[in-house]
Design a protein around this ligand. Structure first.
Ligand code: TRP
Length: 334
């Protein structure tokens, strides 16, 4: 299985996800579903970015727990184990990170909006890691010479920086050593908070602002039942809350229900209770499948962890190849 993937000449995709927060439907529809689909066509590498998670306040215990938990959750969602790895099991990322630091403009790093935003959240201590975070991300991508990087729009600046770094390194090397990676922006409708449909569903806003894929059925139904629909104002356009429920319905694959409820809406006789029930049915169907899979995986945690270590090891060999070549290009003594 592992040998086959290494020999395939499909284009390489790389993406990373932070081992923080829970896996809510915003992340599920916004990223994971897309990752899952891409596995059919590309050579995919999906990574739990635990080194990146150290740039914000963390504890050792939580970091380790969250990293494994996210791996299990991703597998339960349908990510194939041979495509999944943990960043710290491929320490070459940090070695390339150092080398690429020397091909990165300091000024450009200080202008990254994410650095400014996250720095503002944490004024008493801003680590140098938070500043160089995007260089590690560039190393993540370039170390596999990935051509395609599926990310959200919020990562646009980081991708741009990665391209600049690759270009600068290529100029130094005097050849097209790194392919210039392209971002593949997730086009799934943005999933909004059901409690405040003007804001993106997110873990950091608090529990009522996101629906956990691993929550039990009654909680999911309750959250959808209490979703904000109309704000009371009479308008001719669909309210953000109702639009969000329709997009959740469509994202969860309930196309027939979507079409008929939309017809009701247009005819002016949609009952929100019916819309909510269909949305809840769709989400519960996904949640129960994923949760069933998670239960199976947890029956032999040890074996699953070993598989993830094994795939990380296989993927590491590819990273080692690149770093070897990069060091030769830079004249670093072996
Ligand atoms: N910065 C990304 C995020 O916060 C996570 C990430 C780290 C990543 N390394 C990556 C994404 C490499 C794509 C490619 O979502």
């Amino acid at each position: 299985m592992f040998y086959l993937r290494a020999m395939s000449n499909r284009q390489t995709i790389l993406s990373g996800i932070q081992p923080t927060g829970k896996l809510h439907f915003g992340r599920y529809f916004g990223a994971i579903e897309n990752w899952k689909r891409l596995q059919e066509e590309y050579d995919c590498l999906y990574m739990v970015v635990n080194y990146h998670a150290m740039t914000m306040p963390f504890t050792a215990k939580k970091l380790a727990e969250n990293s494994w938990e996210l791996c299990f959750n991703l597998l339960a969602c349908g990510i194939q184990v041979e495509n999944l790895f943990i960043q710290s099991l491929v320490p070459e990322h940090t070695e390339l990170n150092w080398i690429l630091n020397c091909f990165t403009s300091y000024g450009q790093l200080t202008r990254m909006t994410q650095f400014k935003d996250k720095g503002a959240q944490n004024e008493d201590f801003i680590s140098a890691g938070l500043l160089t975070y995007p260089v590690l991300q560039a190393a993540d991508i370039l170390i596999y010479r990935a051509g395609v990087v599926p990310v959200g729009k919020d990562q646009e600046q980081h991708l741009e920086l990665t391209r600049d770094i690759a270009q600068r390194f290529n100029n130094f090397a005097g050849k097209e050593f790194f392919p210039i990676p392209e971002a593949l922006y997730t086009q799934i409708p943005k999933v909004m908070s059901t409690a405040d449909p003007n804001r993106k569903m997110s873990a950091s806003l608090g529990d009522k602002h996101n629906i956990d894929v691993f929550a039990d059925e009654s909680r999911i139904r309750k959250q959808i039942r209490s979703a904000v629909t109309d704000t009371g104002e009479e308008t001719n356009t669909m309210s953000p809350g109702v639009a969000n429920l329709f997009s959740l319905l469509s994202a969860s694959g309930q196309q027939e229900a979507h079409a008929s409820l939309l017809a009701d809406y247009e005819a002016g006789n949609l009952r929100y209770a019916d819309l909510k029930e269909s949305v809840a049915d769709g989400l519960v169907a996904i949640a129960s499948g994923v949760q069933e899979k998670l239960r199976e995986l947890k029956q032999d945690r040890r074996a699953v962890k070993d598989q993830i270590k094994q795939s990380s090891w296989e993927i590491r060999k590819r990273a080692q190849e690149t770093v070897k070549e990069v060091k030769a290009i830079c004249g670093l003594v072996k």
